[in-house]
Design a protein around this ligand. Structure first.
Ligand SMILES: C=C(O[C@H]1C=CC=C(C(=O)O)[C@@H]1O)C(=O)O
Length: 457
């Protein structure tokens, strides 16, 4: 585990965004280090004050320990303006992505941005984090003018300015990040780790294993690569996702980015909630047809039931009053429809948020039932390192409030940003048809392919 040592100091200010501008509207002109946005609101991290990287079976525990030792004290030490005190994510906050598997060769990340832009229900703020070692000798922590000068310096570094309370882009910097965007880079689709034939064979083998009662469900994923002739800038790609998939959580943490419709677990004090998805119909179907195909198909209902049940079972040791919506509803997205179950509950003890996420992960929406059997078969049949794909992604604030989505409908930047590996998986149950599952993986990759300007095969 690596992190920047030295003590940290944070300042949070309430700001106004320009007229009719959301955080998402700023994205094309920014070079973010972390993003979490829903319907234009949420968090955009810029730069890095501290970056924790870790791997292996202890990755959740190590990130939780860093949170406890460094982020939690920062909240106690920094003043939060009165109107922000009840806002989740206001003040010092870290963006995180955690690998699906403990065996992954990829890092899990906790990133504390040096500057965070936040917006929630119409209130906007900025949080600046300074490393104490970087403070100049004359700086006095209680000197408001000096603090403001430091904040202005950080804003300028990220092409932003503050005039009174009004936050805006420095006009000459507009389009700076967009200059490196997917729009200006030519992109092409190339094969991922394996061929489509490999995926069809894996699904067949999965159905066979289910037929022999080794397990009830498993989720099999595949990857493709989008190559670019220049480094892709996350800002414009994320802006396109946020515009087209406003009902999904648009995310960036470490090198993973995308727009996910699935919430693994959201924590607010002792309250928790989740949105479990499983069961899919292509978005080209009409709503009425999709409702019938999802709600009245025992195969889809079974696939979904197993996913919802896995979350309830896995959270049971740390939560009480767990309630799952029944029957599930149908979630309509531009590319697909899903069966969806909202879950609510209450934590029984002060379990650290990252350890709650560890409990919840992996659900049968991305692994299977029973979990251990499915996980083992997935690693044999997929022959992929999923990295951050299908792992928890989101943010955690200093008080321990957190959003952990599941990193779906996204990709992982590679080769200094000149390539991005897209992943998609499908729940396989008895009766799954390999060709239909392959088509579903393409439907699930549609958001990223569109944002990257790649025509879908
Ligand atoms: C594993 C993925 O989606 C999961 C979430 C919703 C529906 C799913 C399905 O119907 O197979 C998957 O369980 C993915 O998008 O790669």
């Amino acid at each position: 585990m690596t992190a920047l040592p030295g003590s940290l100091d944070a300042t949070t200010l309430v700001v106004d965004l320009p007229e009719s501008t959301t955080l998402a509207d700023l994205l094309p002109d920014l070079d973010p280090s972390g993003v979490w946005l829903l319907r234009g609101e949420g968090l955009i991290g810029l730069g890095t004050a501290a970056h924790v990287r870790t791997r292996g079976a202890e990755r959740f525990a190590e990130l939780a320990e860093w949170h406890e030792q460094h982020l939690a004290p920062l909240a106690r030490a920094s003043r939060l303006p009165q109107e922000l005190r009840r806002i989740p994510g206001a003040g010092p906050v870290a963006l995180t992505s955690i690998t699906y598997s403990s065996a992954s060769a990829a890092d899990s990340h906790l990133i504390l941005p040096e500057l965070t832009l936040g917006a929630f229900e119409g209130t906007a703020w900025i949080t600046a984090v300074f490393r104490a070692s970087a403070l100049d000798e004359t700086f006095e922590a209680d000197d408001d003018d000096a603090t403001l000068r430091r904040v202005q310096g950080l804003l300028a570094k990220h092409s932003l300015q503050l005039q009174g309370r009004r936050l805006s882009l420095v006009p000459s910097q507009r389009g700076a990040a967009a200059g490196r965007s997917s729009g200006s880079a030519a992109t092409s689709l190339i094969q991922g780790t394996h061929s489509e034939q490999h995926y069809l064979r894996a699904v067949r083998a999965g159905v066979h294993a289910i037929g022999h009662r080794r397990l009830e469900k498993l989720v099999l994923a595949r990857d493709v690569v989008v190559a670019a002739d220049a480094p892709l800038a996350p800002g414009p790609v994320l802006a396109a996702l946020a515009a087209d998939y406003a009902d999904c959580w648009t995310y960036l943490a470490g090198d993973v980015l995308g727009a996910t419709p699935e919430m693994l677990v959201k924590i607010r004090g002792r309250q928790l909630s989740a949105r479990v998805l499983a069961g899919t119909v292509d978005g080209r179907a009409g709503l009425e047809q999709a409702r019938e195909m999802l709600l009245e198909d025992p195969k889809q209902r079974d696939e979904h039931r197993l996913a919802a049940q896995s979350l309830l079972d896995q959270l049971a040791p740390v939560a009480q009053h767990l309630q799952a919506q029944d029957p599930p509803s149908v979630l309509q997205l531009p590319n697909v429809f899903h069966l969806s179950t909202d879950v609510t509950g209450q934590l029984t003890a002060q379990t650290p948020a990252l350890l709650v996420a560890e409990r919840a992960h992996p659900t049968a929406a991305i692994c299977g039932t029973p979990t251990a059997t499915a996980a083992e078969l997935i690693s044999t049949l997929e022959e992929l390192d999923r990295g951050a794909f299908s792992g928890p992604v989101g943010w955690i604030d200093a008080n321990g409030d957190a959003d952990f989505g599941i990193a779906l409908r996204g990709g992982i930047l590679e080769e200094q940003g000149t390539a991005i590996r897209l992943f998609a998986g499908c729940g396989i149950v008895a009766g799954s048809v390999p060709e239909e599952e392959l088509a579903e993986t393409w439907a699930k990759m549609r958001p990223m392919l569109g944002a990257l300007g790649v025509r879908q095969p």
